[in-house]
Design a protein around this ligand. Sequence first.
Ligand code: GLN
Length: 537
Amino acid sequence: MTKYIFITGGVVSSVGKGLTSAAIGMLLEARGLKVAMQKLDPYINVDCGTMNPYQHGEVYVTDDGAETDLDLGHYGRFTNTPLSKNSICTTGSIYNEVIAKERRGEYLGECVQVIPHITNEIKEDIHKVATEDVDVVLTEIGGTVGDIEGLPFLEAIRQFALDVGRDNVMYIHVTLIPYLGAIGEVKTKPTQHSVVRLREIGIQPDALACRTRVPLSEEVRDKISLFCNVEKRAVVEEMDVKFSIYEVPIDLHEHGLDQLVVDRLGLKSRKPDLQGWHDMLQVVRNPAQQVTIAVVGKYTELNDAYKSIYEAITHGGIHNKAKAEILKISAQDVAEGNAAQLLSGADGILVPGGFGERGVNGKIAAIRYAREKEIPFFGICLGMQCASVEFARNVLQLSGADSSEFSPKTEHPIISLMPDQEGVQDKGGTMRLGAYPCEIAKGSRAHDAYGRHKIDERHRHRYEFNNAYRERFEAEGMRFSGLSPDGRLVEIMELEGHPWFVAVQFHPEFKSKPIDAHPLFASFIEAALRGRKGRIS
Ligand code: GLN
C-alpha cells in the first residue's frame, strides 16, 4: 500500500518547502524505502518553460523533456527518484487537460466545475506517480497556504485522505518562526494563523517543520503544539544550516522527523544509512583545498537562475575534496579590455546556458580570455554556442560570425536554427528537450571524464552548431568529441592543446549530485585545481 506525504508551506514563500521535501525524500530512501516525488504548482503557466528566470529561477529539465520548477532539481540532487512529466503539475496543465476533456465530450454533458472536475484531475496526477513499487509519494504544494490559486490543490489533497484513508496520508506544514531581534524572542503567532488557514480547509497537519534562525525552546514548542493541535514530538525544529543545504537532512534526522514519518505512516524500514552523506559533509566542512570558478552569465545577481550550475560546481569541488568558490560575473560587465582584470582571480571560467543577445559579447570576451590564457573553460549550451562564435571570429578570422539567434542575416551563421525548428511559432514546450544520446570519441577529454563511449544528457535549445564550419574548426584544433549517434549534431567540442576547454550543447548540471558529481564538473574542477597549483607554485 503506497503512503502519501503532502508538504505545504506557511507564513512566507521561499520558506524552504522544496529543500525540506527533498531532505525527507533522501532520509526515507536512506531507510531503504522507494520514494516518488512531485510538485503541484498553482501558477497558470502550463509549465516553467516560458517563465523568466528572473522571476522564477532556473528551468529544470527532466529526461522526458518536461520544463519544470527548480525544486525538482533539489529532488534530483537529494534522491534517486526518477523525475518526469508526472513529477510536476500546474493549474495551467490541469485546466488544459480538463478543457481538452470537455471539448472531447468526455464529461457527458455535465457542468464542469472546480470541485469535482479540477480536484479529480489533480488527484489523478498524484496517483500517476504512485506506481506499484513506490512506498511513499511525497507531494509538495507550491505557494503559501492562503493563496487564492492554491485552494483547489489544498482541497484536492484534503479529499485525497478521504479516498485512500487518513492513516495512509501525512500532512507536513513547513512554516516560519520569525525571530524579533529587538526583543530577542521568536514569535509563534504567524504559524498559528497559517495552521488555522489549513484547518479551515479541513487539513490538520500531522507535523510542523519550523524554520527558524535560533533554536526553539521547550516552551515555544509546547505553545506551538497546543495552539496548532500538533503533538509536541511533531513540532520539529528546522534551523538555518551553517555550511551547506546538504546539512538539512541530517539536521531533520537529528530532530526525529524521519522516525516520526515512518511511525505515523506505519512504514517498515531499516535504520537510515547516512554514511555516504556524512562523508560528503565532512569534505564540505573541512575542504583540503580551494578553487575559484567564475560564472559569466546574464542572471548572476540571482542565486536561483543558475541553481543547478552552482550546485554542480560545488559537487565538482566536493569530488576533488575542495571548496569551489563561485565568482559571479555579469556578462554585460565584461569586455575585451577588462576581461583580464575581472577574471584574474578565476581558476576556471564557466559560461552557462541562456537566451537572447544581452551579455553575449561579454561571454565571448571571457571565453577568448580563457582560451588565450589557458584557463580551464567549461561552456554549457549557449556557452558552447558562444565558444563557437568566439573561435570563428578570433581564430578563423571570420568577421561578423555569429549565431543566427542574434544576427539572422549574418554572413557566417556558426550557430543556426535546427531544421526541425524552422517555422515553429509556439514558444512553450517546442525546443529540443530532454535526454538524447551522444557518442564520445576515444582519447578525448570528455571520454576521459565519462570513462564511457555512450552517454545520455538533457537538452533545451533551438539552435545548433552549423556543420558547414566543422572542417574549418577542426583544421585549427577544435575537436568535435561528442556527436549524436547519426553524427549530425555536435554535442561536445574541445580545444586541443589547451589545459581544459570543453563545451557541451546539453545541460550536464541537471544530473549532478553532491555524492555523485557529474563527471564533466569533476574533471573541470580538477583541471582548475591543477592550473591554480601551477600558477601559485
Ligand atoms: N538560446 C540557445 C538556443 O536556443 C541556447 C539555449 C540554452 O542555453 N539553453 O539554442
